[in-house]
Design a protein around this ligand. Structure first.
Ligand code: FES
Ligand code: FES
Length: 159
């Protein structure tokens, strides 16, 4: 049996061909092979959401997905949210404006779940935001600020 497989994946708009150990998760590969350490490693059992990335439009826990499963897919990580010149996107700006980042550890995952929600539902209700981010835990309990930020970003994007 082979220990590694070659996968083709688009990460933050860049096509990549990566040789991945078959037992490595998408989280392992993003952080260790691709060098994108914005995606955080925390519980590694699908409980906290810190490792959330967007795969083909859906937010997923990258600690639960094998890297070989994203062969042919499009992956967006937190590094892919800002513009090429480094300008933050409206969601990132809103997180800062509303004081959502406390220690900051959960924020990349929160941003990715929130972005996936806004991409699907540009006019979310408070309940939509709670539901969309239900899988993302914040040990600093910044939930009110995070919800306010997502709603504010939605408003900006609609203007
Ligand atoms: S690190 Fe993946 S859900 Fe916690
Ligand atoms: S800001 Fe600290 S865990 Fe969420």
């Amino acid at each position: 049996m082979r220990d590694t497989l070659s996968i083709e994946v688009k990460v933050n708009g860049i096509d990549r061909s990566i040789e991945v150990p078959v037992h490595h998760t998408l989280l392992d590969v993003l952080r260790e092979e691709v060098g994108l350490t914005g995606t955080k490693e925390c519980c590694v059992v699908g409980e906290c959401g810190a490792c959330t990335v967007i795969v083909d439009g859906r937010p997923i826990n990258s600690c639960l997905m094998l890297a070989v499963e994203v062969d042919g897919a499009e992956v967006t990580t937190v590094e892919g949210l800002a513009a090429e010149d480094g300008r933050l996107n409206p969601l990132q700006e809103a997180f800062l404006d509303k004081g959502a980042p406390q220690c900051g550890f959960c924020i990349p995952g929160q941003l990715m779940s929130a972005q996936a929600l806004l991409d699907k539902k540009p006019n979310p209700t408070v309940d939509d935001v709670h539901e969309g981010l239900a899988g993302n835990l914040c040990r600093c309990a910044g939930y009110q600020q995070i919800t306010a930020a997502v709603l504010a970003a939605a408003e900006v994007e609609r203007q």
